[in-house]
Design a protein around this ligand. Sequence first.
Ligand SMILES: Nc1nc2c(ncn2[C@@H]2O[C@H](COP(=O)(O)OP(=O)(O)OP(=O)(O)O)[C@@H](O)[C@H]2O)c(=O)[nH]1
Ligand SMILES: [Mg+2]
Length: 460
Amino acid sequence: MVKKIIQQETIVAIASAIVPNQGSIGIVRLSGVTALDITKKIFQPQGKPSWKSHQILYGYIQNPNTRQIIDEVLVLLMLSPRSFTREDVIEFHCHGGIIPVQQVLELCLESGARLAQGGEFTLRAFLNGRIDLTQAESIAEIIRAKSPQASHIALAGLQGKLAQPIRQMRHSLLDILAEVEARIDFEEDLPPLNEAQIKQDLEDHLVKVKHILGTKDQGELLRSGIKVAIVGRPNVGKSSLLNAWSKSDRAIVTPLPGTTRDVVESVLVVQGIPIQVLDTAGIRETEDTVEKIGVERSLKAVSQADLILFTIDASTGWTQEDDEIYQQIRDLNLILVINKIDIATADIIKYPTEIKEVVTTAVAINKGIEDLETAIVKTIQRGETTAQDLEIANNQRQAAALTRAKLALIQVEETIENQLPLDFWTIDLRIAIQALGEITGEDVTESVLDRIFSRFCIGK
Ligand SMILES: Nc1nc2c(ncn2[C@@H]2O[C@H](COP(=O)(O)OP(=O)(O)OP(=O)(O)O)[C@@H](O)[C@H]2O)c(=O)[nH]1
Ligand SMILES: [Mg+2]
């Protein structure tokens, strides 16, 4: 249904990022049966090109009605089926300002193309069988990746490394289903089922499904990262910590308590995990209106963070004020940062023994940052595989389908164990097959497609 409607039209979109004064080249991309006709209408090539696929032409975009020259461009011809969408795809490489790309886009629209919806190029690549669903999702993930590691696993997905074991399992289950159904229909004519082999296969698949499922949390960490809030009373060195860690002077640091009034943010990557660090205003009772708002914002940051770096001052030790803040955050995921250890007078700093993760630092002289990073990674990495070692990772949608496949496989195993009739085997085998097919897109509904492709931006 989707296929028929959308593929009659030629779509167009700006494929490069639109940032004023930033890029030297801007790309407008066409895909569809009339892409070549539209190009011939608006593009004046130098010389007499053959219009064969996979070449780059040079010339001018010209308004066919007014004869006005719009831009000097390079044109990439990628004709069906050797293109991203398997349709005729043509790219105009224009000058990178906003005006040229927009004018070229408008000319394409006037010449019969329709503005592409977000993800529509990739949707066509999927519908035309060039990529499967996991590969389409990987494209969106590469574009969104915030760390090299996140990009690495997304690229593995694009290469089909996630789809391949899933497709193999699905085909193996289809074979088993065929064997079982044949026994239901023609029991007398066939040798008995090799039950031991089937059990073994199902068990192997179950192990594989569980293994892939186990990559979800770490994959999520790599993709989305975490939010870390630096929290504590005034003057303990929170802003100094942010600056030392991000090797910048983003936050204002002074010897005066109550310096930070607003939440200051910096984004770092630690062992492949994107970390959004929030430096907050020191928490204390105050009559100062601005500082009061700052403290409210600190508390809001606390509530939104995945991890708190509760910072105290080693030169004063654990104070009454520290304790008051601690009582508000003690149930949260936190690491105690004992800062200013360079000027500590006591050898041992006391703190509540229930706090298990503790790091000592002297951020003003860049001491302890590495220990802090190690502690953070240890706190958020649960399980054996670390995010850094991941080769592939499934996302939430895929994990939901894999969980359905897992439960169905367990159910088939139980059915066999309990020697139930063959009809019962087929019910759960079909559920597992369908769930796996949803992951790759071999078995997928329109609403699932809508959900996946609506997350793309236009031009992809
Ligand atoms: N000796 C020493 N001084 C430090 C260290 N870290 C920070 N300081 C000093 O402590 C003072 C306060 O530092 P800030 O980073 O502004 O402290 P803050 O926690 O952000 O303070 P507020 O924004 O007021 O809540 C500054 O004079 C820093 O130079 C450290 O590790 N050792
Ligand atoms: Mg500060």
